[in-house]
Design a protein around this ligand. Sequence first.
Ligand code: C2E
Ligand code: CA
Ligand code: CA
Length: 515
Amino acid sequence: MTRSIVALLAIVLVSFASLQLFPLLFPTYGSDHSHHAYDILTSVLLGLAAFSLAYGTWATKRLRKELKVRSSAHTEALALAQHDPLTGLPNRRRLLEAFSDLIRDVKPDHFRAVMMLDLDGFKPINDVYGHAFGDNLLRSFADRLAETLGKEGIVARLGGDEFAIVSPVFKDKSEAGGFARRLLTRINDRFEFGDRQISIGSGIGIAMYPHDGHAITELLRRADIALYRAKSSGRSTYRFFEVDMDASILHRTLLEQRLRRAISEQEVKAYYQPILDLDTGKIAGFEALARWTDADFGAVPPLQFIPIAEDCGIISELTQHLLADACKVARTWPEDLYLSFNLSPVQLQDNALPEQVSSILNANDFPPQRLVLEITETSLVKNPDSAKRILAELTDLGISIALDDFGAGHSSLSYLRDFPIKKVKIDRSFTERMLSDKQCAAIVEAILVLSKGLDIDAVAEGVEESDVHDALNQNGCHYGQGFLFAAAVSAEEASGLLDAQADGRLPFGAKTDAA
Ligand code: C2E
Ligand code: CA
Ligand code: CA
């Protein structure tokens, strides 16, 4: 291109020079008789010059245009290399590059917070609702982060459902805490996509520059550790990095590996805690509770491993094998005894659940009328529509639903009306303190009155003392469960309890006249 312009310029120059030199080189042609030839030559050369000029202008324009296209392609390529195509947010690379500029204006005694976030239970949501839905959720989530952050700082998507934020400059930690709370409030608002609504939480892990490190990679690592800690609390919350967290993160990773193996090898077992009819002192049913003992970690409590199983998408696998085991065991009990089984909140968003439960019941020849599924209020709040649909399918099969930990969560009375609830389980925290704390006693009494009015069975959890047992009896509570009677026991021990009961040896401190 450049070469053709030079050539054309040369033609223009040569033409111009020829016009000037012609009379000098051929002076005789200056006479009248040669005028005509001179005019022709001049016109030809002028025409050539005009053409060259036009062509030159056109070629220059084209060159400019091409350069422009090339430079915008370059800018686009640069933008692509620095942004996440799904959300349009900066990516990890851009975040790393931008960090040095962001810390330049941090005065002594001031901070910027490096925050890591990820969505609670994103994987199961993505699996259940599909990837298009997951993508929409990520985009809206990204928008909310960007909107809350405003113009100061940077928010980036690091991959999957992982996001990072470098905050505006803060004077102290409490300002960072306030900012994290604002983010959580915004995140916790319900997301709406067409006729589908969904509530989803997020954890936030925070590392402070320069207090927790100077390099962005180290700050991100520390914020990630704090994020794990935030998520293990089971709520949508934030945590600041603390030095002793480093060791615990290693522990959690190892635990997750062990749990995956234990679940696939069916080493997690169901234990059975009796639920008593407080009027007769007899066992009305058993609640299956998951138990896992690892060779190195020892007995790991379900409150520790169930959230891990939920988090890494293996809770459904665990539930299916535990339920199948429990049905096999419960089939050997007297026919009037029921089996109570816990479901995780994420499972009430899984449309495949009713079919799975039904085929497990069929395969193990266990009547659905003897199965009670325990759910928590959280699972209803998260996505009421899908929970309602799934619960309706389960109750159509003949299964009963119990509301677990009642009183401890949202305690919205409308759940009892809007969902097919057959039982409420009064949370342990009220039962335990009902003799020492008037408010707890009042709550227990209120739940009992309410359940009676709605014709729902109430089961008091955490009965540890006989005085509490008596107080429950006086208040008309018909069912109880707790260490006063028995902790969760193995299938063999449970059948031992039932044998003793059949022999008229009531194992528990029940009313003697009921024997
Ligand atoms: P939860 O469903 O509320 O289960 C009752 C918990 O209270 C059990 O703890 C039980 O051992 C404990 N408990 C029973 N009686 C007493 C008592 O008198 N005093 C005290 N202090 N505690 C008592 P566990 O087995 O550690 O289970 C804790 C939670 O883990 C359960 O709470 C449930 O939310 C979850 N979980 C356990 N097994 C499963 C399972 O198979 N699937 C799911 N999704 N969650 C499970
Ligand atoms: Ca339960
Ligand atoms: Ca409970």
